[in-house]
Design a protein around this ligand. Structure first.
Ligand SMILES: Cc1cc2nc3c(=O)[nH]c(=O)nc-3n(C[C@H](O)[C@H](O)[C@H](O)COP(=O)(O)OP(=O)(O)OC[C@H]3O[C@@H](n4cnc5c(N)ncnc54)[C@H](O)[C@@H]3O)c2cc1C
Length: 331
């Protein structure tokens, strides 16, 4: 069995930054990622978008940012393994055994959980036809925007992902319908305002999709108005269902990590410690002292910096909590 000081679970933005920071603090770490690429939500949910709110980078394509984060993560040679889904964490006398893909074991003294929103299982509507038209006009994300050129698209949802997608799709599609089951939105006000001003976007409120139909590809959706109980058919070329993901924070059966009431976040204190000594959590998966963290790369990157310094002190009580300024290094 291979031994490490620290095992980092997840190579999303925060797992990648934690990997770099572990190298910076001279911690022998292994990062385990379920997918066969890094970046978490970036490649899965918004590869084509521009990011504006990372310190010192006025604007950057999300995938370019991911590439730079992976380059930074590899700076000190800390290992990253893909296709390695952590399926269990088992407490031992000296730390933990970490089970990958149901069998292979690695051991470490500490574990940092950076599993974000989990393994990206999309939440389904659950209506007839949903499974039949997957990848035949129906998708849960927008990965290749060119495929939507000159099409009529329906976007289901009222959160950030749905309204972001509607704005993005309106740049290439001929018409975009936002189909939302209520009158209230969870999306950021500015994004919603932009969508409302866009002539190509039409909002269909208080409406759910009750059936998806077509021949070899998706052609129609049946819309059910939840207020007056009427149905109507809408002709579409494509449908994007963006109503969130089914995430469960603690998938590790041998340890009893404290989670939020909805089971989507792991509870940590302001030192990013979970209820199990030696196991830490940071990034979108963590909830600090019961409060949600701002789901932002810059904010959670700062948290990862703190967490790694705290882990350094846990691994070596003689070490200083502050590792010094990176500008003093001569790399
Ligand atoms: C549409 C959209 C736009 C956004 N725009 C911005 C923006 O402009 N600026 C900004 O700062 N933030 C933005 N965000 C938020 C930002 O992407 C997240 O805050 C960030 O991705 C959180 O990183 P993370 O590493 O905690 O989690 P994630 O990105 O969710 O990554 C978690 C990783 O862990 C892996 N994983 C999960 N379970 C396991 C397991 N058991 N074993 C191994 N690996 C596992 C997953 O495969 C994934 O790669 C946006 C998010 C969305 C959805």
């Amino acid at each position: 069995m291979q031994n490490y000081e620290l095992i980092i679970i997840g190579a999303g933005p925060i797992g990648l930054y934690s990997t770099f920071l572990a190298g910076l603090r001279d911690i022998k770490s292994l990062t385990l990622e379920a997918l066969d690429y890094s970046g978490g939500q970036i490649p899965e949910l918004y590869p084509e978008k521009t990011v504006y709110d990372v310190q010192g980078i006025p604007r950057i394509n999300a995938m370019e940012l991911r590439d730079k984060m992976e380059e930074q993560a590899r700076m000190f040679g800390n290992e990253i393994l893909f296709n390695s889904k952590v399926t269990d964490i088992i407490k031992t006398d000296n730390g933990f055994n970490v089970e990958v893909n149901g069998e292979k074991l690695y051991s470490s003294r500490a574990v940092l959980i950076c599993t974000g929103m989990g393994d990206f299982t999309p939440r389904k509507i659950g209506c007839p036809g949903e499974d039949d038209y997957l990848n035949k006009g129906l998708s849960y994300t927008v990965k290749d925007i060119e495929k939507f050129k000159d099409t009529v698209v329906g976007v289901v949802g009222g959160g950030d992902a749905a309204i972001d997608y509607a704005n993005e799709l309106a740049e290439v599609a001929s018409r975009v319908y936002v189909i939302h089951h209520s009158e209230k939105f969870r999306a950021a006000e500015k994004t919603l305002e932009n969508a409302r001003k866009n002539q190509k976007i039409e909002f269909i409120m208080n409406t759910s999709v009750s059936k998806i139909s077509g021949n070899s590809v998706l052609e129609n959706v049946t819309l059910h108005n939840v207020n007056d109980n009427t149905d109507k058919i809408l002709k579409l070329d494509r449908l994007v269902i963006a109503i969130g993901h089914v995430g469960k924070a603690n998938l590790f059966k041998s340890i009893n990590l404290e989670t939020s009431p909805n089971k989507r976040n792991i509870m940590v204190n302001n030192r990013f410690e979970t209820n199990i000594p030696g196991i830490y959590a940071v990034g979108d998966v963590a909830s600090i002292a019961g409060e949600p963290i701002h789901p932002l790369i810059a904010v959670e990157g700062g948290d990862a910096y703190m967490a790694i310094n705290i882990i350094k002190k846990y691994l070596n009580p003689e070490a200083s909590i502050f590792g010094g300024h990176s500008s003093s290094l001569n790399l």
